[in-house]
Ligand binder design. Structure first.
Ligand code: 13P
Length: 254
């Protein structure tokens, strides 16, 4: 069954005490919201805080912690990196893979991301695979082909059984941190396109169960409209996830 999910991506923000108080506030506010197996909340925090935040979310039935990145190897001489095996050991069950900021600033390619996806799955970590086009791609009407390539090269090496354990997040790069949100029609159009690719490759049942999140200037004022689109199954939230009340209001929009 398809799951509805809201993920807060804190990026490289918050000091330790701020991170802990935000997480506590979110946990407390969410006690009044009906979460369930098919309506979950995930906090993607700086890696330094994953241990602590996992302890907090671990006490809540439908809240989870998430890494913002992993290395493509499980262990070894990779100074400064974190891996699926290590985040697993502190209670983390999700990781972002291929966020556009990692693609842009750390030159992550689809080929590398495909390896990270496989490594995450090998440790039972659910990868949230991010895809999204640049503004120029959309201007040139190349956005569908950019997403097609990102999905094919990043994910289509997976078997059907493996694919059942992934989440996709569509984040148009021009909407990230800009205040410019994709319209609900634009989001729905791309999400339906992504789902059609999955139908073609893995069949109807797997495509129907796949959670596809929207990310890019999602906030309390537009979340409900976005989330009512039939192929938008929740959100990957940046800026608004740093304010407990805004984040929880976005969760309520689910
Ligand atoms: P904003 O919500 O700040 O636009 O960020 C979106 C994002 O990049 C989440 O991963």
């Amino acid at each position: 069954m398809r799951k509805k999910i809201v993920v807060g991506n804190w990026k490289m923000n918050l000091l330790k005490t701020q991170a802990e108080s935000l997480a506590n506030e979110v946990v407390n506010l969410l006690r009044h919201v009906d979460l369930s197996e098919t309506k979950k909340v995930i906090l993607s925090t700086p890696s330094l805080y994953l241990n602590k935040i996992s302890e907090l979310t671990g006490k809540e039935k439908f809240m989870f912690s998430c890494s913002q990145n992993i290395h493509h190897e499980n262990s070894g001489a990779y100074t400064g990196e974190i891996s699926a095996e290590r985040i697993k050991s502190v209670g983390v069950s999700y990781t972002l893979v291929g966020h556009s900021e990692r693609r842009a600033y750390f030159d992550e390619t689809n080929e590398l991301l495909a390896k990270k996806i496989t490594t995450a799955l090998s440790q039972n970590i659910v990868p949230i695979y991010c895809c999204g086009e640049q503004l120029e791609d959309r201007r040139l009407e190349n956005h569908f082909s950019v997403i097609l390539t990102q999905i094919e090269e990043g994910l289509f090496h997976l078997s059907s059984d493996e694919f059942k354990n992934i989440i996709i997040a569509y984040e148009p790069v021009w909407a990230i941190g800009t205040g410019e949100t994709a319209t609900s029609d634009q989001a729905q159009e791309m999400h339906a396109f992504i789902r059609s690719l999955i139908i073609e490759k893995y069949g109807n049942d797997i495509a129907d169960d796949l959670t596809i999140l929207y990310g890019g200037s999602c906030k309390p004022s537009n979340a409900e409209e976005l989330f009512t689109c039939p192929d938008v199954d929740g959100g990957l939230i940046g800026g608004a996830s740093l304010i407990a009340e805004d984040f929880v209001n976005i969760v309520k929009a689910l």
